[in-house]
Design a protein around this ligand. Structure first.
Ligand code: 4AD
Ligand code: MG
Length: 449
């Protein structure tokens, strides 16, 4: 049963002249009553397989002749290195087994013409058939790049002695403001008929509770935001890599953000060069993101730049996608924006002791118009200040009592950040839309398939 040979290895010339058994799915098939040319694919590549009636006998040949796109096959044969074959190799089939057929009355719906119609984008039709669209080479490439991004995040933090730590997804309060909270009925009872929980927007508050125990911690976990607006960079369920460090300043946290993103870019180049070139991504650009330092600029400077470009923005506003897009279009590398106005950020951001109008925070903005990929900074860490900030924002204290307690008992300066993993995948792969890099995207209109 086990699979011994991979099509990618055959195309790499590892089995020239040998007998092999290839297992995979039909990508394309054509031919006559005597000879079939089947392009077989597996997770590593594609190869042309040549099957002749005279070699296989009528029964086997007829089964191959009737096999449609995405039928699964086991093909035995010998490998020919042949310049004329696509990829430089072909299989001369000596034996064949049709494993899982595809019925003629229900052919595979993702046809080449549907792909051409989508023009690299993702029509509703392709989204409705996402479970099948996953089998296209574009999605295979995206998912492999994504896997390298996840691996790079783990290796970055583990190499630096961070402890991986898990927080609950059902929570009692907001982290990033009430407007994007998902409510879930949570065992309502007679005493509390409206009892509900929320899906977490961030691991952060529960990480801060564990900070005195672990000091350097991280996670990669889903976060949830009831984002009503549909944009190229918002999902309602996204993958969030977050970290928290005791005794760390905003500058130290930024150094980790920069180190992490450069490590991710380098890992993707090292591990996924062929996938990147398959999807036409310029590797030179990624090398720039891996090798060069990321500048830091203050929010005020960014606002001036935008105003200079004639963009309508007032001091105190957070930067939305439209503004970040303009700002980052001509960036050569990611830039940190620091010192946002206090009014633009949630209560947990530490007020700048040098100027109470600002907080000690940062966003990392990716170039090419992608915009924010990281949000982080120092935390309000004294009990007195956190109570004052909670009250000032008009937030109810009760759901945050555990959080306030973390300050009551030996608070220390600390900070952290959250990185949107899907956004990083989207940027590094040059995708037009964040949906392209996650297997089953969730947005305000779609929870299926
Ligand atoms: O800037 P955000 O809201 O910051 C936090 O959640 C902090 N509590 C993180 C922390 O300090 N531990 O979100 C962090 C990042 C954003 O920069 C963005 O990359 C991503 O999460 N993100 C989203 N990605 C996809 N879809 C969405 N709806 C996202 N919302 C945020
Ligand atoms: Mg943010």
């Amino acid at each position: 049963m086990a699979k011994e040979y991979w099509i990618g290895d055959v195309q790499a010339g590892l089995h020239d002249g040998s007998e092999v058994e290839l297992k995979g799915w039909i990508k394309r098939t054509r031919g006559s009553n005597k000879i079939r040319f089947i392009v077989l694919r597996d997770s590593t590549g594609t190869i042309q397989c040549v099957a002749k009636r005279e070699d296989l006998g009528d029964e086997i040949f007829e089964s191959l002749k009737g096999a449609l796109i995405e039928a699964s096959l086991v093909l035995k044969g010998s490998v020919n290195a042949d310049e004329r074959a696509p990829g430089g190799h072909e299989l001369i089939v000596t034996d064949a087994e049709l494993v899982g057929g595809v019925r003629a009355d229900s052919p595979f719906p993702i046809t080449e013409s549907a792909m051409v119609a989508a023009d690299g984008g993702e029509t509703e039709f392709l989204l409705d058939n996402r479970h099948l669209y996953l089998r296209t080479s574009r999605m295979t490439n995206m998912l492999k790049i994504r896997s390298s991004v996840f691996g790079a995040i783990h290796s970055y933090f583990r190499d630096k002695d961070f402890t991986e730590y898990q927080a609950p997804n059902f929570v009692a309060g907001a982290v990033e403001g009430g407007s994007t909270l998902f409510e879930v009925p949570y065992f309502p009872n007679e005493a509390n008929p409206d009892r509900k929980a929320y899906l977490t927007q961030s691991w952060q508050l529960y990480a801060e509770a564990a900070m005195p125990a672990l000091e350097r911690l991280y996670t990669i976990a889903p976060s949830f935001r009831a984002e009503k607006s549909r944009t190229r960079r918002h999902l309602t369920e996204f993958w969030h890599a977050e970290m928290e460090v005791a005794w760390a300043s905003n500058a130290e946290i930024m150094a980790h953000g920069e180190g992490l993103v450069r490590h991710i870019a380098k890992t993707v180049i090292d591990e996924r060069e062929s996938e990147l070139s398959d999807i036409d991504r310029d590797i030179e650009l990624l090398a720039r993101y891996a090798d060069n330092p990321y500048p830091r600029i203050r929010y005020d400077e960014a606002v001036e730049t935008l105003q200079g470009l004639g963009i309508d923005i007032e001091w105190g506003q957070d930067l939305d996608y439209s503004k970040e897009k303009v700002l980052t279009q001509d960036f050569e590398v990611p830039h940190f924006l620091t010192h946002y106005p206090k009014v633009a950020k949630p209560f947990y951001h530490r007020v700048d002791p040098d100027d109470g109008n600002y907080v000690l925070c940062h966003d990392l903005l990716a170039p090419e118009g992608y915009g924010e990929i990281i949000g982080g900074g120092e935390r309000t860490w004294s009990e007195e200040e956190i109570l004052a900030r909670i009250d000032e924002e008009g937030v109810e204290r009760e759901p945050y009592q555990f959080y306030i307690d973390t300050r009551t008992y030996g608070g220390v300066p600390h900070g952290g950040f959250g990185l949107g993993v899907d956004r990083v995948c989207s940027w590094l792969s040059g995708a037009d839309h964040i949906r392209e890099v996650i297997p089953f995207p969730r947005d305000s209109r779609r929870v299926t398939p």
